[in-house]
Design a protein around this ligand. Structure first.
Ligand code: ADP
Ligand code: MG
Length: 355
């Protein structure tokens, strides 16, 4: 009772913020305002001074184009915090931007989504980074759990639900029941790997070298996992591997499908493996309720149909799959007490960690 009152009292002087710390994109939700920041998880650093030069899309535009002393870093590689200090800088920049003119006296209360299977050390790193970025209180939730909540899956019911979140660096495959994660797997087959596959295909088959951004454009424009009969194709510019000179080639939808087929198969095998180790009662729930797809990778054409035909279960693509996780953090903020089981426990720390 007294604690509830105290929370309300604190709320007058502080913001509630939800963060999806993705490998590809970081999104920030502010209570009462909605999603206010949506930026690539990229930071450009001046190596001479150690200063942050740009964050987000500005920094992403610099990827592969920076002069010698400026480097563009993706601090969360493969779902792992590869660079603690840069992550902290990025978070503090984005939290500041999210608060804008509405900055309150106390630091915000923050719910952060992290990849499933993150180690204790990494979790601690995220917590510290969030506190150092100005948070008064930090709650950590695994991303597939946040995605499920964002999608509106009734996670606290005694029924099994399956979430597959195909992000940039990693895909999270999780089975959720009674407010907790029953099983989860985090694999490195996701959007970046598909971009890589496309780059390799062009290199091996068409002898042309393209940049990361071009590969991603190809995937988004004409990528598919099933023949859609669209006859899609795209002109692509790159460097000829033999002459070293610029050259343009045309890549078709079916080329792209071939390029990514191996990775898509591995992804499907991993989903099957998770289903195989799930208790039969829960599998029966999933057969009935279906699998929920989230993350940018859910947008690849034909994914729903392919998964349905191979796995023999209904597949639902989340509405706006790129924002499912951050919307989930927003819902959690609204009633943190109701989602205690969904949050990662933190026995070794007190709730108020600002030091
Ligand atoms: P993360 O949570 O790891 O930051 P996101 O859920 O933001 O990842 O998804 C980013 C990935 O989704 C990127 O690899 C991007 O290329 C891919 N993506 C975004 N839109 C599409 C689309 N329309 N078709 C295919 N892939 C997409
Ligand atoms: Mg994500």
């Amino acid at each position: 009772m007294a604690f509830k009152f105290l929370q309300k009292f604190y709320a007058m002087f502080s913001n509630d913020i939800g963060i999806d710390l993705g490998t590809a994109n970081t999104l920030v939700y502010v209570e009462g305002k909605g999603i206010v920041v949506r930026e690539p998880s990229v930071v450009a650093l001046n190596q001479k001074t150690g200063q942050v030069v740009a964050v987000g899309s500005q920094a992403k535009d610099m990827l592969g184009k920076t002069p010698g002393h400026i480097i563009a870093i993706r601090p969360i590689v493969d779902g792992v915090i590869s660079d603690f200090e840069v992550t902290e800088e990025m978070m503090s920049y984005l939290i500041n931007r999210a608060e804008g003119d509405n900055k309150k006296m106390l630091g915000p209360r923050v719910v952060v989504g992290v990849p499933s299977g993150i180690t204790n050390v990494e979790r601690r790193a995220v917590r510290d980074a969030t506190v150092n970025a100005g948070a008064r209180e930090v709650h950590i939730v695994e991303e597939p759990m946040a995605a499920a909540i964002g999608i509106g899956v009734p996670i606290n019911d005694p029924v099994g639900n399956m979430i597959v979140d195909i992000g940039g660096g990693t895909t999270d495959i999780a089975i959720i029941s009674l407010g907790g994660i029953v099983h989860s797997r985090n694999i490195k087959i996701a959007g970046d790997k598909l971009n890589n596959d496309i780059t390799q295909f062009l290199k091996n088959e068409l002898k042309i070298l393209i940049g990361e951004k071009t590969a991603e454009d190809i995937k988004i424009n004409i990528g598919s996992v099933l023949d859609t009969d669209s006859g899609g194709e795209m002109a692509v510019r790159g460097r000829d591997l033999i002459t070293g000179l610029p050259r343009e080639v045309v890549i078709t939808e079916s080329d792209v499908r071939d390029a990514i087929a191996g990775s898509i198969n591995t992804l499907i095998e991993s989903i099957k493996e998770v289903i195989e180790i799930t208790p039969p009662e829960v599998v029966s729930d999933i057969m009935h309720r279906g699998l929920h797809l989230a993350g940018g990778g859910a947008l690849i054409r034909g994914m729903k149909e392919l998964l349905e035909s191979v796995l023999k279960i209904p597949v639902h693509v989340a509405e706006d799959p790129l924002t499912a996780v951050v919307r989930g953090t927003g819902i959690i903020l609204n009633d943190i007490d109701a989602y205690q089981d969904a949050l990662i426990k933190n026995e070794d720390e007190l709730p108020f960690t600002r030091n």
